[in-house]
Write a protein that binds this ligand. Sequence first.
Ligand code: F6R
Length: 241
Amino acid sequence: MKIISTKNYDDMSRKAANILSAQIILKHDCILGLATGSTVEGIYKQLIMQNRNGDVDFSGVHSVNLDEYVGLSGEHNQSYRYFMETNLFSQINVHRGNTHVPDGTAADAEAECIRYESLIKELGGIDLQLLGLGHNGHIGFNEPDDKFPLLTHRVQLKESTIKANSRFFEKEDQVPREAITMGIKTIMQAKRILLCVSGTAKAEILKQVLSGPVTPAVPGSILQLHPNLTVVADEDALCHL
Ligand code: F6R
């Protein structure tokens, strides 16, 4: 595990974006695993600038997102497809057909999970998976549990996650209760993982993830076992380590 400490959120965003661009420069047709949320917004802003400056070319890149809410279509402004379109895809030269997010409106969610898992395999696996960290230690939407869910699956969101995500919805009862998420095995099979964390509110959980016992009660703790994990976190997030 390599831990890169940054001064603040902006510094984290620049350093993480540079790692993603380096991956694309080294392998122009790489498969990126992408995430949504506040942590990655700054990283995507940096990637957009680098793409405009001609420093990084997304024309060969394929992407697979970690997760999507069940019941929200890509046009819904709180869906993760919509987030990706507005915060990244519409502003870089990626081929839209090469970008993949689970379909939250699939009539058969279980079949969608199987399709998504096979898609990742057919693409040849994820070269670099970008991750944020939930306040309860979740990665993707793999919530604290008594076992690690392995493959892409349908999941009931925890109350704490619904509360955390309600800031994006008008009312808490509008937050979807279920999601489709890559599983822990799907994530762990990525060749490289880049975990990004910012802020004191995540300092305690980051400490548990990086130095506590490996347990499904703290899903991110499994990352300690990944052979190629890079953590880019600001000083606030690293203050308990
Ligand atoms: C999003 C995802 C989540 C977030 C996590 C942190 O696709 O999979 O695991 O990375 O909830 O979210 P933020 O960055 O908003 O604190």
